[in-house]
Design a protein around this ligand. Structure first.
Ligand SMILES: [Fe+2]
Ligand SMILES: [Fe+2]
Length: 273
């Protein structure tokens, strides 16, 4: 069976990042597709992608997607269809409140921060791990840059720098710290997947930078943070947040910072304007 990877990735749109995060795997169609990627997705005539069912029947992907309408894959978790109302935010929301009311359960970032803590890594790394993917609630496309910007005014430079570059560095192994290319990426993208040139440039820049290890440690802890059934609470990190995040007294979203709109958007996903 011939698989045209270009056509296949094209059907996923900009969702490559989303495919890598466990948070996004709940969606039924994606779940189904992911299990089939190795051999069963093919492109008929190079243009019309099909999914081969277990009995060998080929169904056009477009047809499946029509039956399972979904928002673009790069949309943040808060902007997906949901069954419950958003908990109202206080007048002066803190980062902890955002964790409780907008980022929860935040299992993946909590697990990665817990791994950093258990292995005795610096406190700023623990905090960076705690924050490294929270922006996926707002937007998934280019989540390294978005995630760094979201917290830049409130943290020391090395923390936001690390978050910015953890995204491109995920694709490049570093044996010196035991970071291997994640096997999951081979399964999802295929063994010959080459990140786009802008990702490669960002990774090269990061590798040559004096802060390199700030981002590299995030990628390392990342790989230990997809454990099913493991629940980590925010409690062990409350003091670390206090020491590493300059909470604006006016509340996040109301401090007239260059990123206050991002916090307001997370606080109010229902606002039409
Ligand atoms: Fe990430
Ligand atoms: Fe992550």
């Amino acid at each position: 069976m011939e698989v045209d990877r270009r056509v296949f990735l094209g059907t996923l749109g900009a969702g490559t990042l989303a495919l890598m995060s466990s948070e996004d795997k709940a969606e039924a169609l994606e779940h189904y597709m992911e299990g089939k990627l190795d051999t069963e997705v093919a492109a008929r005539d190079g243009t019309e992608p099909v999914l081969y069912m277990p009995d060998g029947e080929a169904i056009a992907l477009a047809e499946l997607q029509e039956e399972n309408p979904r928002p673009p894959r790069g949309v943040g978790n808060l902007f997906r269809p949901r069954a419950t109302e958003f908990a109202p935010m206080s007048d002066k929301p803190t980062l902890v409140e955002f964790f409780e009311k907008r980022f929860a359960p935040a299992n993946h970032v909590l697990q990665s921060a817990a791994h950093a803590m258990e292995t005795g890594q610096p406190e700023r790394t623990i905090f960076a791990c705690l924050m490294h993917d929270v922006v996926l609630n707002l937007v998934k496309v280019d989540h390294g840059e978005w995630g760094a910007q979201l917290i830049e005014p409130y943290v020391e430079e090395r923390i936001s720098w690390g978050i910015r570059y953890h995204a491109p560095l995920r694709f490049y192994p570093d044996e010196s710290v035991g970071y291997e290319y994640p096997e999951m990426y081979n399964r999802i993208f295929g063994e010959d997947y080459e990140p786009e040139p802008y990702i490669r440039r960002a990774a090269d820049h990061a590798k040559a930078h004096r802060y390199y290890m700030e981002a590299r440690l995030i990628t390392l802890n990342d790989t230990y943070a997809f454990e099913e059934g493991k629940v980590v609470t925010l409690d062990p990190f409350i003091d670390i947040i206090g020491r590493n995040f300059k909470q604006p007294p006016e509340g996040l979203g109301f401090d007239d910072s260059p990123v206050d709109h991002m916090w307001r958007t997370i606080a109010n996903p229902n606002r039409p304007l």
